[in-house]
Structures are given as structure tokens and as C-alpha cells.
Ligand binder design. Sequence first.
Ligand code: SF4
Length: 423
Amino acid sequence: MKEALLQYAWQHKLFYAGNLATIKGKRVEVIDPGQINRDAGPDFFNAKIKIGETVWAGNVEVHINSSDWKDHHHTNDSAYNNIILHVIAKHDADIFRISGEEIEQLLLPCYEDLESRHEALMGQKSFVSCAEHLDKVPRILLSDWKNALLTERLELKVNDIETLLQNTQNNWEEAFYITLARNFGTGINSIPFELLAKSLPQIYLAKHKDNLTQIEAMLFGQSGLLNQSPASDYTDKLKQEYSFLKAKYQLQPIDAHLWKLLRLRPQNFPHVRIAQFATLTNKSSKLFSKVVNAKSIEEMESLFECSTSEYWQSHYTFNKAADSKNKAIGKSTIKILLINTAAPFLFAYGRYKNDERMQEKALTLLEQVTPEQNSIIKNWKQYNIAATSAFDSQALIHLKKHYCDCKKCLQCRIGHYVLKHDS
Ligand code: SF4
């Protein structure tokens, strides 16, 4: 048996509790197994256990072998002085506190099919290892679990936003601008887009917000792509503007080689995305404040609507002209911006302001946006786990990436249901 499974059995009381006794023969009653600790220190805090006639409150340590206590150097570690019980799968040594006092040990009688169920679960090679059990999982359990997963996902995004805020002197507009740029990169060009925004503080764009050519000059100049462009009336003008603005603001462009075009559809080429980002910047300043004040999803969507300047209607790169085509940003891209930028920022701002209505607004937004249609969501659907909104799809993406792919079934409520059921 693996230690993580033994811990899990202890945490969820998946053991025969009828005739528990310590190695030395004292009766044991588990009143409360304690709270699991995933950081350094004892495995469970604040457990309550009756040993013999005495009720003890303290910490519990779980190991496969008794001798692991000594091997892990707990004997002389004061962090383990408050251990009231050592839970083990094999007894091969007596163990002691710093004071020399012996610590009680319990050989845990786990349900006999727990290990085989766990092995069967972990051994599956399907999209998710619990695939064959999914149709038996109660919908109410799934629904509650999705709520918890979405909160976890938003918490991770809030952490990223807080890091950005630390680096921007708590400037919410600047942090929003950087995150928005990152999401304009739609995955493959996220990093260069983020680097581009970080190399070009929003305040410089705001100073030229009424001049689209200067905004394009700064963005294309800082992207490094302008430097590689052939001569034309348009590029010459941009280069001229950029040269002046670069010196004025002492800008350093990023490396053009960071941008990727391979396997991208032309309308997603970074040049087109940067041109759209330029018109969005030209169209609206203080975008974050507008998102905070938007009264409806339609108003929110309209904030992100943008197209390109005339030149980019007939170009996908600087190299050669193509047939003229409207390059307005698509509904699917706006959806990505709402899910990955607007909602997390509303949630983070609500937390910062201690404003529950703002956090509620973030969740409502996710409930109103249609789900993403990527391979993860399509695969869940095969097992009748459908996403009806971005709220669901974000939760399911989080589950797949942060639990299933990491084999964290013991920390997953579906895994818990599968292991506990009939055990
Ligand atoms: S983490 Fe949960 S949903 Fe994913 S494979 Fe394990 S039990 Fe299934």
C-alpha cells in the first residue's frame, strides 16, 4: 500500500473501526481523524482520539512502516512532539518522542478492497482513469464538485493577478492591460504578447490614444516585427513614428523570433492580433474600469469589439497583400477574453474590495458565457459530463489539468465516490 492511500483511508475513515487497538493493546476510538496538512509537518492536525480511557487531542502521523518515523528523523524534531498516534501499515519498530516517551501506534485495518480499487482506478488509460464509473456518479456530487473546482481555478488566477499587481504598484488598469494582451495571444503567442505589454507601459499608449498610427507604431515596433518589415508607405510611416517614440520613452523591443506563425490560421497571425489590440487601445482607455461598471454581458462584449486599421484589412503579415477581408475580432476570441481576463479580474477586484457582489458578477458572467469547445470539453461530453456554460467548462478544464492529469484521484470528489462506493 502507498502512504498516500493509507493517509486517505485514515482521513475518510475507510477502515474497520469496530475493534481498533494500539500495538500495545489499548482500545482506540477515532473521534476525529483531524485536518490533513499538505505542507511540512505532521500529516493531520487537531485529531481527537480516545486511547484506553483517555481522550487525546493533537496531531497524527501516517507512515507505511513504524521505522519510517526514525528514518524521516522525527524522533528529535520538535514539530512532531505533539503526535498522539502513529498510524501505520506495518509494525517493525517502537517509536519515541524527544523526551523518550513511547508513542502509541495503530496498525490501520483498511477496507480490504481499497487498494485494489485504487490500483484499478490509477491503472486505467482512458481520457480520465475513472471513465467507466462516471455514469454512476450522482449529478449533485458533480455539480458541487464543479462549484469547488471553479473557485479553485479562480483562486489560481487571482494569485497571478496579485503578482502582477505587486509588480505594477497596485495599478489595476496596467495589470488588466498585461493580462488582456496575454489573452490576445490565444495560447501559442501568449508569452510574446505578455512580454510586449510589459515592455510598453499602458501609460505611453494612453498618451497617444487618439492617434492609431502612433499606437500601431509603438506596438509593432516593440514586438520586433516592424524591424523585419519590407519598405512601403505604411511601414515607413510606422518606422518613422516608432523611431521618435522609442527614443522619447526609451523603449526596448522584444525579440521578433518569439512570435509563432506555424500551424496558425492567418486570421490568428500575431500581426493581425496586434493590429486588433491597437484599435482596441485606440478605442477605449481605462478598460478595466469599464468592465467593472458594465451592466450586462452585451455591454461587456461590446467593450472588446475591435477590428483593424485599413492596411490590415488586406494583410496578414507585412510581407504581401491579400484579398481584403474584415478582420474584426471574432465572438470566440471575445469569449476567451471574458473568461480569462474580465471574470478573473472582477473576482480579484471583489476580493480586494471585500465586495461580494463584484465576485458574484464574475460568477454570473461565467454562467452567461457559452462553454469553450476544446478537446477537453469534447472528451468530457463523451462520458455524458456536459458543459452548459463557461462556468462548467472552466471547472472541467481545471479538473482534467490539475487532478486527472496529475493522478490526484485521492483528492478528487469523484475519485472519493468511486473508492468509497461499496468499499
Ligand atoms: S481525478 Fe477525479 S475525475 Fe480525474 S480521473 Fe481521477 S477520479 Fe476521475
